[in-house]
Each structure stands twice: as structure tokens, then as C-alpha cells.
Design a protein around this ligand. Sequence first.
Ligand code: GRF
Length: 219
Amino acid sequence: MALSRITVLISGRGSNLAALIAHARGGHNAGAVTQVINNRADAGGVGLAREAGVATAVVDHRNHNAREDFDAALAHAIDAAEPDLIVLAGFMRVLGVDLVQRYAGRIINIHPSLLPLYPGLHTHRRALADGVRIHGCSVHYVTPDVDVGPIIAQGAIAVLPADDGTTLAARVLTLEHRLLPAAVAWHCAGRLVIEDGRVRVRDVENDGCGALLVPSPYL
Ligand code: GRF
């Protein structure tokens, strides 16, 4: 079977992109990252993609006055690579409704919170301010509303008493690097089914027994 072609959209350092490339090249994935698009020519992830021999394209939002123009340029760049799947990995622009609908069921996003908690920005800071005990990340299909689509997978960690925004973000990020490649691999293998707005992962036994109790009552 041909490998699924994956286009990754980034705006920054690209550590999730690196995790995706490594996972796919390790033979764990029915997909391959074939294109990286960024909206900033100076995004760190661009160099990373080049080093990995992946085609890159820049679609700079600052060159487009209207959102429709930016979205049209983005669609043009995406379509040139004929991807089966589009992954938003730290892409800091909101996509217009038409663009999202054009690729419905084929766009995945990684978000650094346990959605539906903390959509949008500054998730770690907001989690700390609320005093939550558990925080994490979510991978979901993209729908026109930001950070709202069907959730594929989530990863959770304990918030430690000494945590600040930096330490919490770092621990969540290591989870992201495990969760996103797994979700992408499932999609590429055709194992994800959206039913009534919820995602079912085919051929996974109920493995939800890894309970996280914080603070642990067993201490
Ligand atoms: C990640 O925390 C991701 O969840 C969020 O933006 C960050 C991107 O980090 N959407 P990186 O560029 O993948 O290192």
C-alpha cells in the first residue's frame, strides 16, 4: 500500500514536526511527511525540515491583506503536494471555514491542553492559575471552530506543586511528541472513524485503565 502523504503546517520551532518525521521514518507509520508549510520564513522548523530532506514552502500571512487571500495561497501550496493528511503542529494562524471544509476529515491539530478546557493561547499559564491537578494535550480533527473538533487522543500529566509555566510546558511537550505521531499513524492506517462527532479507534481494546490520581491517595 502506498504511504499516505502528510503535509505539516508550522509557525515555530517544529519539535512536533521532528517527532512526526522520526516516527514515520522509524517505520511505525503508514504515512510519510512529504511537505512542510510555514507562515514565517524564519520558523525554526524550516531548517529541520530541510535537514530531513522534506520539501518546504512559505506562505507568509503578512503578504496577504485579506484572510481569503492567505487561505487561497495556503490551499494552492497544499494542493501542489497532493497530501492525504494535513497536520497543524504549532501553526499559529486560524484557518477560514472554506479552507477547513475543503479538507474536512483530513486535518489534525495538536493542542497543549485537555480540551475542551483551555482552547486558544496561554494554556499552561491558565491551567496553573486555575490550580488544576491534571493537565495535558489533545489531538483532534479540525473543524471551523478553533480547538473544538472531534478528539482523537489525549495525554495527561500531574501538575506538580513546584511547576511554573516553563516546567509544565516542557512536560506536556514530551507527551505531545508521543501522542501526535500515534494519532497520525492511526489516521494513516485507516483506524479512525468519526461517529456522531466522536472518534473511535478501530482495533483498540479498552485500555483506559491508566488512571492518574493527583495528589495520589496512596502516598
Ligand atoms: C505545541 O505546544 C503545540 O501543541 C502548540 O504549539 C506548540 C508547537 O511546538 N499548538 P513545536 O513548534 O512543535 O515545538
